[in-house]
Design a protein around this ligand. Sequence first.
Ligand code: ADP
Length: 505
Amino acid sequence: MLVADDTATVRLVLRRVLDASRAFHVVGEATDGLQAVELATSLQPDLVLLDMDMPVLNGMEAIPLIRRSAPAARIVVLSGFAAERAGAAAVEAGATAFLEKRYRPDELVARLVEVCGTTAVSSARREAVAPVMALEPLAREAQQQFRLAFEHAPIGMAVVSPDDHFLEVNPSLCRMAGLGEEELLGRTLADLSHPEDRETAAAARRGLLDGRRPSSTIETRLRRPDGRVVWALVGCSVVRDDHGRPSQLVAQVVDITEQKRAQRELTRSNADLSTFAYLAAHELKSPLQAVSGFASLLDRVHGPSLDDQGREFVAWIIDGSTRMNALIEDLLTYCSVDAAEPVLAPVALDDVLGDALAQVGREPDGPAAAAAVTADPLPVVTADAFQFAQLFQNLLANAVKFVAPGATSQVRLSAERTLDGWTLTVADNGIGIDDAHRDRIFSMFERLHPRERYKGTGIGLAICKRIVERRGGVIWVEPNGGMGSRFRFTVPDAVPEPEVEPTIR
Ligand code: ADP
């Protein structure tokens, strides 16, 4: 037998019932009328059990096609429609019989045996029909499982009507909402929601009901009668009837107030830390300027009267304070990227590249540019122009810096459109990066080479990562064919939510 029905649970129950009867053997399942015709053609079953209301081709349209492609098959229509309404038309179209979907499983099997007569089902098999797995106990069991889960779930659960009224609520939801079951049952989910969140919840419900989404998850605030606000994660799915119409929504509600509080606290303390680091770095600058200023003065004024060792010591002081100054400047840049909310606006990346190259001191057509930087036309993206100039500057500076001694660097920038944004690539012909270090170079102070060979603070790529991530993208490095590295980062079309209150700027 081939079973054609667009509802998965109906197919499942029919297969279990019919296979258990041992009078029938289900050889295939079709989920729409067209698939029923195709499977009937390839399987040539003795019997096709056909639902009426199906997508693509309905049962009535499928009957003559099955007749033609599987002439030996009996076609039994099993439909939610009343026999008086559709039975005659189905038989006229070529169906052997029309059965309504109201039969108990054992009755259904008996009716099918009747329809198939002696030719399709041997008498021995017909005797085996008797005790069949009943549909009702199966349904009862499923109902009981749902009921137990519903009543005892540690999270809030509710059955909601398509117009948003609570039909059933569990004890956890009552506790969360601070209302008794009777009080909740008269209300709508919107009644409980914070006014600012109602539109989000309504939009999610509309999306579910019109079939655009099978389920939805939103974060919303619920207002309790005692004035407390509960943050809730609400998951919702639609239950549909045999005709695909939404009949109920099943909602799960998780109290995430504590997580929200912890998240806010963490964001705030991160912002505080960034501000602290920024201020500390800033405060360190002036004593450092004094040290380096006086060291230079000492060198200039008293250098000639110092012996070699004295001059060497002064040189070390100057070198140390120069390095420390670079570190402080990079730390200040990192902190300002970290703590300030990006100012997003359309930014032409060609212009950003121009600014970055000017900063790196290597205009594309500038005189004696050590690095030949070439670029494909770059897109306009929504970004913080200042931060992106910094990002390009750091990547370009590294691309021209990390070349083998004596080699001339060649850097190429390109942009690739993806489904949801842009991927930018800065490719160089430099010394490359060992596989093992690809992730760690994006962490603070991670450097792979001694300072004597390549200068740097180890903060540049950490700044790049922070800029890209705050814009909602990702950054990574991969080998550039056999030579050098390709630093790549994404700029999604979607703009992320603001992270923290701006503390700097
Ligand atoms: P810095 O350049 O100040 O040392 P970064 O954070 O910019 O610090 O880079 C971290 C490390 O990653 C560098 O010290 C270097 O070892 C490695 N690196 C960065 N860019 C490249 C590149 N284009 N080619 C090879 N190695 C690189």
